[in-house]
Design a protein around this ligand. Structure first.
Ligand SMILES: Nc1ncnc2c1ncn2[C@@H]1O[C@H](COP(=O)(O)OP(=O)(O)O)[C@@H](O)[C@H]1O
Ligand SMILES: [Mg+2]
Length: 323
């Protein structure tokens, strides 16, 4: 049976644009704009799109590192979008976020032990003996063995891949149910990338985790994800099972993304679709489709109203009038 782990409903986040301090903000970036999706338990949803499309903002909303401007986020039936204080602290035990650059997200003055123990201390889980035991276990889990060899090292005494494994251990130590991984392998050398990807997949199976996996790299997304959600300028353009979206993309933007990068599938020959210009920042956006100005198949109606996300069947959704 499919059980929903997390459901985002009409999620929005806007940021005021830098303005002179004496005037009120009248311009807003709609970083995440009316997004609805869900992830089933034990599944990995890939959030893909160019830089600036709102991926990180979306991830931070789901683990409440940011509070949504409006909308709902249901985790196990509880709406966590606007929790405060005590409830928020309790909620933080159930979710974690892993960041792109383990060098930036790890404190350079803290040992591996202190780094991994910190969330347990903050959440007041266990005593000092059981916490140390837990650190040892979780280092084994992320394959930094023997644990004693890594516990007392500082970030600069570790390789890039080892640092990311420490970040993963720190996320795992409180036994979360849901993890947002924001470009977790994009800073790593290709040679160690697969090892970290395989570790994340293994952890998903072992602990029955659910991930939102953010990446701009479609080859990585294909390797890791059960489903893909394509974001463009704060809007969800397409969502569906990974192979369906990659082999049979329906949105002109998804097609352009796929034609711009080689996806390691020797069977696929694609016509390169040229998309002019870069991503536009959605500052006080109008009602038109966000992709209209770059779309090779634009029609009049696209300039009047953003299309709704439409179900094409088999869990494949697209927001385009041409489908
Ligand atoms: N704290 C912030 N303040 C103002 N604007 C922000 C903030 N965070 C993100 N943005 C803007 O929101 C948009 C989406 O950013 P982001 O979520 O980081 O995209 P991505 O992760 O896909 O690159 C961008 O236009 C970015 O400039
Ligand atoms: Mg980002």
């Amino acid at each position: 049976m499919k059980e929903v782990m997390i459901e985002a409903r009409k999620l929005r986040k806007s940021f005021p644009v830098q303005h002179k301090f004496w005037s009120k903000a009248d311009k807003f970036v709609q970083a995440v704009d009316d997004i609805t999706f869900s992830i089933n338990k034990g599944k990995i949803l890939g959030l893909v799109g160019e830089s600036g499309s709102g991926k990180t903002t979306c991830g931070k909303l789901l683990v409440r590192l940011l509070e949504a401007t409006s909308g709902n986020i249901f985790i196990d039936g509880q709406d966590i979008a606007h929790l405060k204080k005590r409830e928020l602290k309790r909620f933080r035990k159930t979710v974690q976020m892993i960041f792109q650059d383990p060098y930036e997200s790890l404190n350079p003055r803290m040992t591996v032990m202190d780094t991994i123990i910190e969330p347990l201390v903050i959440q007041q889980i266990g005593d000092s003996i059981s916490r140390k035991e837990k650190v040892s276990q979780v280092l084994e889990v992320v394959e930094l063995t023997p644990p004693q060899e890594f516990m007392f090292r500082f970030p600069h005494e570790l390789s890039g891949g080892q640092r990311q494994r420490v970040s993963i251990a720190r996320a795992l130590v409180i036994e979360p149910k849901f993890i947002v991984a924001d470009e977790p392998v994009s800073m790593l050398d290709a040679s160690i990338r697969v090892g970290v990807m395989n570790l994340l997949l293994k952890l998903r199976d072992k602990f029955d985790l659910t991930y939102l996996f953010i990446t701009h790299d479609l080859a990585v997304a294909r390797y890791m994800c059960d489903e893909l959600a394509v974001l463009y300028s704060g809007k969800l353009m397409e969502k569906g099972p990974t192979e369906m979206v990659i082999k049979n993309p329906q949105h002109p933007y998804t097609k352009s993304l796929l034609s711009a990068v080689p996806i390691p599938d020797p069977m696929s020959k694609r016509k390169r679709l040229e998309i002019k210009g870069g991503i536009t920042t959605p500052i006080n956006p109008g009602p038109e489709c966000r992709f209209a100005t770059r779309c090779p198949q634009v029609e009049d109606i696209c300039k009047r109203q953003m299309p709704e996300l439409k179900n094409l069947g088999e869990e494949h959704f697209v927001a385009c009038y041409r489908r």
